[in-house]
Design a protein around this ligand. Structure first.
Ligand code: ZN
Length: 246
């Protein structure tokens, strides 16, 4: 499978950027995981908005869903242009009724996933792990039958990540804090914590994401390298992961 980073900032996008959003592609199927602020503008560099086949959301914080409303408008406008109505499935959890119901619109349908079951979306199988975060949030283990990518979404460190991420080809971590900080009150991880999971889970590569807007983010890589000996990269817009390609 191919994974393209659309947005990677935590909290709010830096100028010209986007918050959490990742495009997963396989066999002509395009899945968008989270749709943060700036994601709709950015994703169009890589994909026509009507060629997105499904969306899966980790949780309902603004920096993961801010562009859902304009994505719904985009599909509505294109339904007029094309004179045919297509419905985009948007999968989310049901633990916030109001937010879940807002996923359904004229051209989108909110579909609840059961976090205790595997979700099949096109060629992808997704299993979930509830994270430690101020609101209900689910990390995902995404497989296409060949490669496995684990996305922590937003979370503090917890031991369960090690089993959940076991032997994944790529681990995308919440790295909103530097090593010396404590992100736990905010519900996020440090570079050290993400790298510790990567090492203990024996993943192939580590991608640090959900990045802070302050400090030198290259330091996050140097910090993570102390705890994980595999390949480590900082997320950036347009970064493509395919097995052995980065
Ligand atoms: Zn969050």
């Amino acid at each position: 499978m191919k994974c393209t980073v659309i947005g990677f900032w935590g909290g709010f996008p830096a100028e010209g950027g986007a918050t959490s959003s990742y495009l997963f592609e396989k066999d002509n199927f395009s899945l968008l995981i989270d749709v943060g602020s700036g994601a709709l503008s950015t994703v169009q560099k890589y994909k026509h908005v009507m060629d997105i086949d499904a969306v899966v959301l980790s949780h309902y914080h603004h920096d993961h869903i801010a562009d859902i409303g304009v994505l719904q408008y985009a599909w509505l406008v294109h339904s007029y242009i094309r004179e045919e109505k297509e419905i985009l499935p948007i999968y989310g959890h049901k633990e916030n009724k109001e937010k879940f119901e807002a996923l359904s619109h004229e051209c989108t349908e909110g579909i609840a996933y059961d976090p205790n079951s595997e979700l099949k979306v096109g060629p992808f199988s997704i299993s979930f792990l509830k994270t430690n975060h101020p609101v209900p949030c689910y990390g995902m283990r995404i497989s296409d039958g060949e490669d496995v990518i684990v996305y922590t979404a937003d979370t503090t460190y917890k031991e369960e990540w090690i089993d959940f991420a076991k032997d994944a080809d790529l681990l995308i971590t919440d790295c909103n804090f530097y090593e010396k900080q404590d992100g736990s009150a905010a519900g996020h991880m440090t570079s050290k914590e993400g790298a510790t999971i990567a090492s203990n889970a024996n993943v192939g590569e580590l991608l640090l994401s959900h990045l802070p807007q302050y400090g030198d983010t290259n330091d996050l890589v140097l910090e993570a390298e102390k705890y994980f000996s595999g390949k480590i990269q900082l997320a950036k817009t347009g970064l493509v992961w395919e097995k052995d390609s980065i």
